[in-house]
Design a protein around this ligand. Structure first.
Ligand SMILES: *Cc1c(COP(=O)(O)O)cnc(C)c1O
Length: 474
């Protein structure tokens, strides 16, 4: 390619890496920046300028290559490189249990306990009363039994792991009977039939998508049957002409044929949501008292704790699960345990738990409080003095998320933002790429932020983000 004169001049102007490193010595914010990061950032910026000079569609001027402007770019690149990739993000989607945004926000006591355990040694596997090796699960097992009414409990890394572990222990090389209406797929490619195959158990589907009867289970039982499994259809609903078998009926059938019964609750909750005007989700206590041998559920969905797979049930079944070597591969981490124990303790007082556990608080928050928060943000954003910016309040609905309460629309209030000359797509991207990122959604030509999932102390950060977008737009 033939270079024109301007391009040749500009290329000659590009600073050398040594020159940039020399300039960097005087930059106070670079004091703790490793040299490798500096060199890499400098190379990247210079390379980008070189590509821009050679690109006919980009108009680079001499002033763009002045030391000061190049250095500004390098500072920006270095700052990005020095910021952790996993970062605090503002959830303005209105989806409370948002799997992509980390599902549940921990209660403050859970976060405090996590920090305390993280920064010191602990009695993780040490029995302080006996002075000898103890069990990793002991800190939560009793609590789980107390809250759920189960005989025994244990915890693993996540619920997918819990389901795999239970199936492998109870029904390896044996048939597991499941209703066709319950062969769920949840996000992240967790499918009941696939997990079952990996556990070495054999899927025996019964009934139809919309209707399964007790006689279907009964007809499928033979000498090879190892388990009757019920899976909570957490993220979808079968409506209309439907029939399903209750857990209690399955338990009766199981005891008649001496076959264990397991329920995968998916989300799992200790709180009866119908008391708070939300739709009914089966509670863990109900599954336990219906007599299931094993019940599995997530720690970070409706429970509002850290990622974990919780298993409660009959002592003999739990004993054999604990002996399965796979348990070691699915082992729960001590930081998770610390957060989980604190979260579970809150459930001893359910009315308080609803206020102290953010997931529950956001799900049950009265609309008046959301409106108040929306007004507060509206006022804050109104102070931005920019004629291109228009903001309005909008009544919309939020979702529980996390594959729970799929039909439930929670009335909420949003702030809708539009910036003249900026498309909604571009606004959404710029808010997303802000530090901290603000995640909302697009509706028509507006960028929408749902205040249900935004915390009070995040409001000013949203204003700053919008200011950043407006300033960069000039
Ligand atoms: C979410 C869910 C799982 C998986 O739980 P994770 O905690 O995400 O591993 C399993 N089964 C059902 C029915 C679920 O809803």
């Amino acid at each position: 390619m033939e270079l024109n004169e301007k391009q040749q001049t500009l290329l000659r102007m590009l600073p050398g890496i040594d020159h940039i490193l020399e300039l960097s010595k005087a930059e106070p914010s670079f004091e703790y920046v490793p040299k490798s990061v500096l060199v890499q950032s400098a190379r990247r910026v210079v390379e980008n300028f070189r590509a821009a000079i050679l690109d006919e569609n980009k108009s680079i001027e001499e002033k763009d290559l002045a030391d000061l402007s190049v250095f500004e770019k390098i500072k920006e690149t270095v700052k990005k490189a020095m910021t952790p990739n996993l970062m605090r993000t503002i959830n303005a989607t209105g989806v409370v249990v948002h799997t992509n945004l980390g599902r549940s926000v921990l209660a403050s006591c859970a976060a405090e306990n996590l920090l305390a355990i993280a920064t010191g040694y602990s009695n993780l596997e040490f029995d302080l009363s006996k002075g000898e090796r103890g069990s990793r699960y002991s800190c939560v097992a009793e609590l789980l039994c107390e809250i759920s009414g189960a005989e025994a409990a244990m915890v693993v890394n996540n619920n997918a792991g819990a389901v795999l572990l239970c199936l492998e222990t109870i029904a390896r090389n044996r048939k597991v009977i499941v209703s066709r209406g319950e062969l769920v797929e949840i996000g992240g490619s967790f499918r009941i039939p696939d997990v079952m195959a990996k556990s070495g158990s054999i899927l025996k589907e019964v009934g139809t998508t919309n209707r399964t009867h007790l006689k279907d289970y009964m007809a499928a039982i033979d000498n090879d049957t190892g388990l009757l499994l019920k899976v909570h259809a957490s993220n979808y609903c079968v409506v209309g002409f439907t029939a399903s078998v209750t857990l209690k009926e399955l338990v009766e059938l199981g005891s008649k044929y001496r076959i264990p019964v397991m329920e995968d609750l998916g989300s799992g909750t200790f709180i009866d949501f119908s008391k708070y005007g939300l739709s009914k989700e089966p509670t863990v206590q109900e599954s336990v008292s219906a007599g299931a041998d094993v019940v599995t559920f997530s720690g970070d969905k409706l429970l509002g704790g850290p990622q974990a797979g919780i298993i409660v049930g009959k002592k003999d079944v739990l004993d054999s699960i604990k002996k399965n070597p796979i348990t070691r591969a699915l082992r729960i981490d001590k930081l998770t345990l610390a957060a989980l124990e604190s979260t579970l303790r809150l459930y001893r007082n359910p009315e308080k738990a609803v206020h102290l556990i953010p997931t529950l608080r956001m799900l049950t928050i009265p609309i008046e409080l959301i409106k108040k928060r929306a007004d507060k943000l509206y006022k804050l954003l109104s102070k931005i003095n920019n004629p291109a910016l228009s903001i309005t309040l909008a009544d919309r609905c939020s979702k529980a998320g996390g594959g729970s309460l799929p039909l439930l629309d929670l009335p909420s209030r949003c702030i809708a933002v539009k910036i003249e000359g900026v498309s909604a797509n571009s606004l959404e991207r710029k808010m997303r790429e802000n530090m901290p990122p603000v995640i909302g959604r697009i509706e028509d030509d507006y960028f929408l932020m749902d205040l249900r999932t935004v915390q009070e102390e995040e409001l000013s950060a949203i204003k700053n983000a919008l200011n950043n977008v407006l300033n960069r737009n000039q």
